[in-house]
Design a protein around this ligand. Structure first.
Ligand code: UGA
Length: 432
């Protein structure tokens, strides 16, 4: 194996996990971030994000890795991975300011003939744009490649060490060889293509997965009305290998830092070339509507929601992460707060507080404490901690017994037997 000198710029989920995994694979890794606090925490041996297996992976590697806010005196990197955030702008396009500012910094110190790989999710054509920008800064020697990321939060370490595929958008032999060396020993299919195709693979993958989710959510809504059980429908569909059983779990819609942003970005990209991407526009609209599905049930149960105490079980956008970006819980909370609902947030990992409506609000860790005296609860995130709740105990705690299972996590029979009124996604209303 050839040991490469790797620089990773940006220590978010993508950057830090990639850095740890490449260090684990035997490469020399330097992590850079402009966030001094994050770098200090990493130097102190802390892990700034909640990600399964990351601390365990990092701990024995820390001595070998370098964490810095400034470039080293004598940089000798074979390849730099750019993994800074590209948050959405109001028009749906990603904000590339952090990316360009990092590129300008890299132009000052990357060694001659360096390879710059773009990990951040960026619109088609960005790698070429960055190359032109570098050329204007006198760095036409740097080769820019598109190297999109497919890891999921919560299983990021596993996804990076055992990827389903790697995509190298590379139009230069030297850069291609560097990417191959970086993954030497890894058994994985590599798609080697031009940079625009690589950038498009990333957007298309996320858009397709988002489409699957909105599709099953629509099916769930129909199932609820016709008296079918969406879980069994999904199982029956998923056994067809052309459909596949993954990403057919109905719920309160997709969230996180990727699907909402990337679907909007792809619609914007299509709009910019006068292409009306109708399927994807509907996917986004359905997702937005799905987030507030519990509101319809709550309004039926409580014609006047003012003062009603509702517990949101789960704040993270999905289990296994402390990430609340674009979490359905927040959109739902806004809608409920606007109607005078007294909200209580509960999550096993997020907290002890979050910013909501420009103020810090507490996030309760223990569901039983959160449910004490509440009128209703909505399960937003399917944390395993909420799978086997003691319904008899909860019956004694809650003031009124209305439950909305937004992820079809609970056994409807057990909940009904305990005397609750329960609504699910796509399984109709079951009255106790
Ligand atoms: C997603 C993709 O799965 C990764 O492949 C990709 O690399 C990443 O975005 C990215 O672009 O960086 P992630 O956002 O971590 O990863 O989360 P997912 O596990 O894909 O879940 C996304 C959302 O879909 C969550 O809110 C989840 O609750 C929801 N979901 C997922 C459903 O509602 N139903 C499902 O069946 C599956």
């Amino acid at each position: 194996m050839i040991r490469l000198n790797l620089l990773v710029v940006g220590t978010g989920y993508v950057g830090l996990v990639s850095a740890a995994c490449y260090a684990y694979m035997g490469h020399s890794v330097t992590c850079m971030d402009i966030d001094k606090d994050k770098i200090d925490r990493l130097k102190r041996g802390e892990c700034p994000i909640h990600e399964a297996g990351l601390s365990e992976l990092l701990d024995p590697l820390r001595e070998k890795m370098i964490f810095a806010t400034e470039p080293p005196q004598l940089p000798n990197f074979d390849i730099a991975l750019l993994a800074v955030g590209t948050p959405p702008l109001d028009n749906g396009a990603p904000d590339l300011r952090f990316l360009f500012s990092a590129v300008d910094d890299l132009a000052r110190f990357l060694p001659k003939d360096g390879v710059l790989a773009i990990k951040s999710t960026v619109p088609v054509g960005t790698a070429s744009r960055i190359e032109r920008r570098l050329a204007r800064l006198g760095r036409e020697d740097i080769v820019v490649v598109s190297f999109p990321e497919f890891l999921r939060e919560g299983t990021a370490v596993h996804d990076t060490l055992h990827p389903t595929r790697v995509v190298f958008g590379v139009e230069n032999v030297r850069a291609r060889d560097t990417l191959r060396q970086l993954h030497a020993g890894m058994e994985v299919t590599a798609i080697e293509c031009d940079r625009r195709t690589a950038e498009m693979i990333k957007y298309s993958s996320n858009a397709f997965l988002a489409t699957k989710i909105s599709f099953i959510n629509e099916i769930a809504n129909i199932c609820a009305k016709v008296g079918a059980d969406v879980s069994v429908v999904a199982e029956g569909m998923g056994l067809d290998p052309r459909i596949g059983n993954e990403f057919l779990r109905p719920g309160l819609g997709y969230g996180g830092s990727c699907f909402p942003k990337d679907t909007r970005a792809l619609v914007k990209l299509a709009d910019d070339i006068d292409y009306d991407f109708r399927v994807l526009k509907s996917v986004i609209e359905i997702n937005q509507r799905q987030r507030t599905a519990p509101l319809r049930a709550l309004r039926e149960w409580f014609p006047d929601l003012d003062g009603v105490v509702v517990v949101l079980l789960g704040v993270a956008f999905k289990p296994g992460t402390d990430d609340i970006r674009e979490s359905p819980a927040l959109d739902l909370a806004w809608e409920l707060a606007a109607r005078g609902v007294k909200l209580r947030f509960c999550d096993p990992v997020v907290g002890p507080s979050i910013q909501f409506d420009d103020a810090p609000v507490a996030v309760e860790r223990d569901p039983y404490t959160a449910l004490d005296g509440a009128d209703a609860a909505v399960l937003v995130t399917e944390w395993k901690e909420y799978a086997d709740l003691d319904w008899n105990r909860i019956r004694g705690l809650m003031a009124r017994r209305y439950l909305y299972d937004g992820r079809n996590l609970w056994n409807p029979g057990a909940v009904r037997e305990a005397g609750f009124i329960l609504e699910n996604v796509g399984r109709g209303i079951l009255r106790g």
